[in-house]
Structures are given as C-alpha cells and as structure tokens.
Design a protein around this ligand. Structure first.
Ligand SMILES: Nc1ncnc2c1ncn2[C@@H]1O[C@H](COP(=O)(O)OP(=O)(O)O)[C@@H](O)[C@H]1O
Ligand SMILES: [Mg+2]
Length: 478
C-alpha cells in the first residue's frame, strides 16, 4: 500500500521531541510513559488521526482503558482533535468514524477476562491508555493478538502509562528497564520505550501555567518528582511506604540458638510463596543496620512462579513439600530447627479428598493455620498493621528485614499498592503472595518487648529444645 508515502495533513500537530518520536515510529510496540501531563494521551489520539489520514478505510483502531469513567475525558479531548478532520463520535457504538471509512473504537476492560471478547477481531492499531492499571500483561497480550490487517497496513501496538499502579512492575521490567529509545527485538517483533517528561509539553505549560504548582501541592516530594520527571524508581502510593534500604541486609550466619519459622501461601495457577524466618535474639549489627532484639529476618525464600508476572508453577502439594524439604536439607543436617510453621488457613479446607495442608503434612511438611486477619477492627493492630509497623521498626532499627538474596520479596512487596476502594487494605490485583505469607509470619510472632534472655546455661537448654525441632514453645524467660 502506498499510504506510507502520502503527505499527512491532520489538524493536530505533535510537539517536538517524544510526541514526534511516538507518532512517527515504525516500531511494532511503542510504550510512551512517565510524567503526568507529558502529552501522552494527546500523542495517542494524534497518532490515530495521522493513521486514519494515511490508511483511510483500512485504518481500524481500538483504544482501551481500564474503566469507562477514565475513558470520558479522553473521548472529550478526541472530539477536539478528530473533529476538524470530519470524524464523528457515535455514542451508542462508542466509536469515531471518519468520512474516509476509518474507525476508532473506545472500550474499557473492567475485568481481565473481558479481553477474550476481542478474539477474532482485526485492528491496525491498538492503544492501551494507562498500561500500569493492568496487573498482568495477559489481557494486554490478548488485545495485541488482534493486530492484523487484511489490507496490509503496518499494524502497531501503542500504550501510555505513568509510574505506579498494580502493573508497575511488569511494565517497568518489560519496557522501562531496557532503557529509553532502546530498540528490543523479540520473536521477530520490535518494541521501544519513549519517556515522557512534563518539560516536553510546553503547550500545557503555556495554557495552564499553574499546573506544576498544583501538582506540587498534591503529593509528597517523591511523588511529585515521579510525576514531573516520570521517575519509575519512585512508586506512587506504595502500601509499605516505610520500606527502605535498611530493611535489606547482607546474609550472615544465623546463630544456632535463634528460633526459626517457616510461613507459606499456597498457589497453583498463581504463585505460591515460602518464607524462612529467624527471630533476632540479641540486638545485632549488620552492616550499617542494627537489628533490634525480636526483629524478624527473612533468610531464605522460595517463590513458586514460572517467571511470568503472577503466574504459578502448577506444582501439586507433594512436589511443593519435596521442594521445601530439599531447601531445608542442608541446614537440617546441621541444625535447622523450624520451630513453627504457619500457612494460609484455606489450605486446610477439605474438598472431597485430603486437604492441601494434610497432603503437605503426609509428605513431611507440617503447617498450622495462620491468623488470616488482614485489617484490624477499631484500633486493633493486626495483619497489615503488624507488618507495616515491623517494617517501619523503631529508632534502633527495622523489626523486619530480609537477606538481599530474597529477590522476589524485594521485587514484589515494596511495589504493592493500596486498594483504591479500601485504603487500609492492599490492592489484591498486585503480586501479593509474598506479602500474605509475610503477614502470616508477623502474626505468628507478635511484636512485644521481651526481657533479655537468661544467659548461657538457659541458652544451652533452649538450644537443645530447639534442636529437636518438634514444637514451638516460648522459653519461659521471654
Ligand atoms: N500536540 C499537542 N497539541 C496541543 N495540545 C497539546 C499537545 N500535546 C499535549 N497538549 C495539551 O496538554 C494537555 C495534557 O496532555 P495529555 O496528553 O493529556 O498528558 P498525559 O496523557 O501525558 O497526562 C492536553 O490536554 C493538551 O491540552
Ligand atoms: Mg493521559
């Protein structure tokens, strides 16, 4: 098709810099992300105006957002941009159509499963606005599969996004981490990330000079920096907002007499998570960080994910038990004493045959049902509060720390978001399995001030007690 060569005349003009790069790119997948007000939505709409101009009736576009409400302002802006080209909005069909026959559908995907409805459709352009609102790439991939053109139009996927949101992690890993304007080719398909900064949208700054001042008043210094610069290392509204570098410590040899426990969140299609914890017996310096007495330290983990965001290994209970025993074997031969083990209480539910909990126990890995309180009633410190206050710690140091080898914890937990409908709870659209399992561990050992342990003689007796690894008993001196 000779369309590529036509002179493109549409009323909307891209601004210099990233908007121009976005609308002229021939790359299959282009993600434009970063600052709020950077001109991303305008660029997406302008891109389709040009596409429609070039390919006429062969231009078939789909623009998707998470919610209908979020679509409204985009539709209003689209009327301004497409109107001068003669495009008309049809409210019932929720689409624009051009006199040339080009069409652009506006849709929202309330549920990930709604992406199935597009199977068999063909589009030459798919736009996803606010890509980070999608917790997993699965529905987005289904939309991508609709990109094909019987007329031979070069098809393309285009997305816009801001840092933060339930999909922050996978979007950052796939598009942002490789670097801006870095062309990646995978399975014959190309992709590129274009960073958005507010400074690239002088139009907005001229039309609305107070915009930056308003932004600055609407969030913390870090958040405003993320919005202005499009900084992906700052996470908007993270649930564990007190998480910091002092919660990550280099591994050390755990004294033999320290108590240990294991916590578990079951998953099959979704990841499972096993965490191994020790309780600091005596304030311990660890690099620059002091671990106060009673702090929980995650010294090992096993995250049952197949490497794709929020997808599990699909192992049965027996295989998980074998994996746990294998990971404990080395220490068991010396002194691992898992004094206590807690798991997601739902694994003890019977559903016909033996429960998952029972099967694990038969395979040699016992758990007790964990306290599954997420949110405390009227002032009670429970569930997430416990975990957050442990992460925040005391002036002495953090009451929850993880060895820097616990990569999946470090990757997922600090990035988790608030549930937008229920701020005191975590957004369960995120990858929350490790956080759940950590919450069980926190509730198993409530944070209470304890007197110093009785010295050596009692410690020896204590060590023998732990050495048997049979039951969890709190030494009387605690
Ligand atoms: N190329 C352009 N031409 C005219 N106005 C623009 C252009 N790009 C951006 N703007 C203005 O900047 C505003 C903010 O841009 P928008 O695309 O909504 O930002 P983002 O989606 O990155 O938050 C738009 O509503 C529009 O008024
Ligand atoms: Mg936008």
């Amino acid at each position: 098709m000779a369309g590529d060569l036509w002179e493109q005349v549409v009323s909307w003009e891209p601004q210099k810099g990233p908007q121009t790069a976005f609308v002229t790119s021939r790359v299959f997948e282009v993600v434009y992300g970063g600052a709020r007000g950077g001109g991303k939505t305008d660029a997406a709409l302008g891109d389709f105006a040009r596409h429609a101009q070039t390919y006429a009736a062969a231009a078939r576009g789909l623009l998707v957002r998470r919610t209908r409400t979020a679509l409204e302002p985009t539709i209003e802006r689209a009327k301004e941009i497409f109107g001068p080209d003669g495009a008309v909005w049809h409210d019932q069909k929720s689409r624009f159509s051009w006199p040339s026959g080009a069409v652009l559908y506006f849709r929202h995907l309330d549920r990930d499963a709604d992406a199935e409805l597009y199977q068999g459709h063909s589009y030459s352009r798919v736009y996803v606005e606010e890509l980070t609102q999608f917790a997993s790439p699965a529905p987005v991939n289904k939309l991508k599969a609709t990109l094909r053109s019987p007329e031979g139009v070069p098809c393309g996927f285009r997305a816009t996004c801001n840092p933060g949101g339930p999909g922050h992690n996978w979007v950052k890993a796939r598009y942002i981490d490789p670097g801006p304007y870095e062309l990646i080719t995978e399975d014959g398909l190309t992709r590129i990330f274009i960073p958005a900064r507010l400074a690239d949208n002088p139009r907005l700054l001229v039309n609305d000079p107070a915009y930056v001042a308003r932004l600055k008043q609407s969030g913390s210094a870090e958040l405003v920096r993320a919005w202005l610069e499009g900084d992906w290392s700052v996470i908007e509204g993270s649930f564990f907002d007190k998480w910091s570098a002092r919660n990550i410590i280099p591994p050390f040899r755990i004294p033999q007499f320290w108590s240990r426990m294991r916590s578990f969140d079951w998953g099959y299609a979704a990841p499972f998570s096993v965490g191994w914890w020790t309780v600091v017996s005596e304030a311990t310096a660890c690099g620059d960080v002091v671990l106060p007495r009673g702090a929980l330290v995650r010294y090992r983990e096993w995250y049952g994910s197949n490497g794709r965001a929020n997808e599990g290994l699909r192992l049965d209970a027996e295989a998980v038990a074998a994996g746990i025993l294998e990971r404990e074997a080395e220490e068991r031969s010396r002194y691992e004493k898992i004094g206590f083990a807690v798991a997601d209480p739902s694994i003890f539910r019977q559903d016909g045959g033996p429960s998952i909990g029972e099967r694990l126990r038969r395979a040699g890995v016992g758990f007790r049902p964990a306290d599954n309180t997420r949110v405390g009633k009227a002032g009670a410190l429970s569930g997430w509060d416990q975990m957050r206050s442990r992460i925040a710690g005391t002036s002495e140091g953090p009451m929850l720390a993880v060895f820097d080898t616990c990569r999946d914890f470090i990757r997922t937990v600090p990035a988790l978001q608030h549930d937008p409908m229920r701020m005191e709870d975590l957004d369960t659209n995120g990858e929350d399995h490790i956080a759940d399992e950590t919450r069980y561990a926190c509730l198993a050992r409530p944070m209470i001030a304890r007197p110093r342990p009785v010295p050596t003689k009692a410690d020896d007796a204590w060590t023998r007690e732990w050495g048997r690894g049979t039951s969890w008993k709190t030494p009387r001196s605690w």
